[in-house]
Design a protein around this ligand. Structure first.
Ligand SMILES: [Zn+2]
Ligand SMILES: [Zn+2]
Length: 66
């Protein structure tokens, strides 16, 4: 099998980094998503590229930390 970790969605499951977080083969464990270490590496201080509609989730998290 040569499938990419994230199944080309750029996101993997946080609990199972070898499973895609979204898409047809998404991990069903209900865990949080994490950016794919192979194709979605953010630079220092950058937010990783998000799938549509997930930006709010990150903004909310940042607010809760303050
Ligand atoms: Zn999982
Ligand atoms: Zn990837």
């Amino acid at each position: 099998m040569t499938r990419m970790l994230c199944d080309d969605t750029r996101w993997v499951c946080e609990n199972h980094p070898d499973q895609p977080w979204t898409g047809n083969h998404a991990c069903q464990c209900g865990g949080a998503g994490a950016p794919c270490p192979k194709c979605n590496k953010p630079g220092d201080g950058d937010i990783p590229q998000l799938p549509r509609g997930f930006r709010n989730m990150f903004e909310k998290r940042n607010r809760e930390r303050r």
